[in-house]
Write a protein that binds this ligand. Structure first.
Ligand SMILES: NC(=O)c1ccc[n+]([C@@H]2O[C@H](COP(=O)([O-])OP(=O)(O)OC[C@H]3O[C@@H](n4cnc5c(N)ncnc54)[C@H](OP(=O)(O)O)[C@@H]3O)[C@@H](O)[C@H]2O)c1
Length: 326
């Protein structure tokens, strides 16, 4: 097949390109060129923010176009300018209007779509992806729209999935500091499993909207598996939300944070979407421990700074504050 990936040079897009090349497809990636292109693809450097940014890949018929954009204008122009037998659009669980119940289905209410072409801030991420989905659904070709949950695995530069195994492998004391909410739902999907199924969706022209997450687990299971893959005997030191707030520790990601955990009860079921439809259509996900083991390998050799978790000195500082409080 002749597959065009709009993107294809970052975390997920690169995994999709690698998978499609490995399956023998002809793969073209279009991006501005911030990162080197994956091996084995034809690379087209272009800026999709330009009105005619897709001119280099228009005027021919693709078997499938796979798009990872979050900018409605980019997606609208792609649908307008490209000729393809099938679209695969990578969306997100953030399109849903609420996260007040576990395993919500694809038919749950969505946010209102962003009207304008450009998403200016991450506040508009969900509405922007709803607008992108609408543009793809309005295309004449068939389309797979995939609402992914948190994507993890080797190459996750954010450090969200790698922090916990890395922290157990690189302890700053006898224990690892973690939130006291071990039941928090987590369902991260391995980037390689998602990429594999997205290529299958392109090959089989699977039509429809699908949630895609990994196995349903909890933060406690992530911590247990992280300890195991790091061959660590460190204990857990669990701290409640009010202490975390006092100590300036954030939730989810970013500097001085506790990755994969969200305090806000309105977001409790953010991670665990209902995936029956995708699994019936061929999505297969590996066990969490396999993802964490491979992500630890990446973390131990990573060259770019981690953007999540507590740095060594921060964890020591938090431990000292907890010790001092008795
Ligand atoms: N990470 C998660 O946990 C998560 C969860 C749910 C859903 N998702 C979705 O999964 C996808 C992740 O995709 P990804 O990992 O490949 O990362 P990404 O950072 O979204 O990739 C953006 C790609 O598009 C290219 N690009 C950006 N601006 C461009 C422009 N103006 N013109 C042309 N190309 C442009 C980038 O390359 P250049 O910079 O070189 O242009 C890069 O290849 C996204 O759709 C995201 O919304 C992610």
């Amino acid at each position: 097949m002749d597959i065009l990936i709009l993107g294809g040079t970052a975390f997920l897009g690169r995994a999709i390109a690698n998978e499609a090349v490995a399956r023998g497809h002809g793969v073209t990636c279009l991006a501005r060129g911030t990162e080197p292109a994956p091996a084995g693809v034809t690379f087209i450097a272009a800026d999709r923010d330009e009105e005619d940014g897709l001119v280099g890949v228009a005027g021919r018929r693709w078997d499938a176009v796979i798009d990872v954009s979050r900018q409605p204008g980019q997606v609208r122009r792609a649908v307008r300018d490209l000729d393809t037998r099938h679209w695969v659009f990578v969306s997100t669980g953030n399109v849903y209007a609420a996260f007040d119940r576990p395993e919500q289905s694809e038919d749950s209410p969505l946010l209102e779509p962003l009207e304008c072409d450009v998403m200016e801030s991450m506040e508009d991420y969900g509405p922007a992806k709803v607008a992108c989905e609408r543009a793809v659904s309005g295309a004449t070709a068939s389309a797979t729209i995939v609402r992914s949950g948190l994507i993890g695995g080797p190459g996750d530069a954010s450090g969200r999935t790698g922090y916990w195994p890395w922290r157990f492998a690189s302890p700053t004391g006898d224990d690892v500091i973690a939130p006291d909410d071990l039941g928090f739902p987590v369902a991260l999907i391995d980037v390689r499993d998602l990429a594999s199924w997205l290529v299958t969706a392109a090959e089989q022209r699977i039509d429809g909207v699908f949630n895609a997450t990994g196995p349903k687990t909890t933060l406690g299971e992530v911590l247990d598996a992280s300890r195991q893959v790091a061959h660590s005997s460190a204990a857990l030191r669990l701290i409640p939300l009010d202490r975390m707030t006092e100590l300036g520790v954030a939730e989810w990601m970013g500097p001085r944070s506790m990755p994969l955990w969200i305090a806000d009860p309105e977001w409790r079921w953010f991670a665990t979407l209902g995936t029956d439809r995708a699994r019936a259509a061929g999505l297969v996900t590996r066990p969490l421990a396999d993802t964490l083991a491979d992500t630890l390998g990446y973390e131990l050799t990573r060259e770019v700074p981690r953007q999540a978790g507590l740095a060594d000195e921060e964890e020591r500082e938090v431990r000292r504050a907890l010790d001092a409080a008795g």
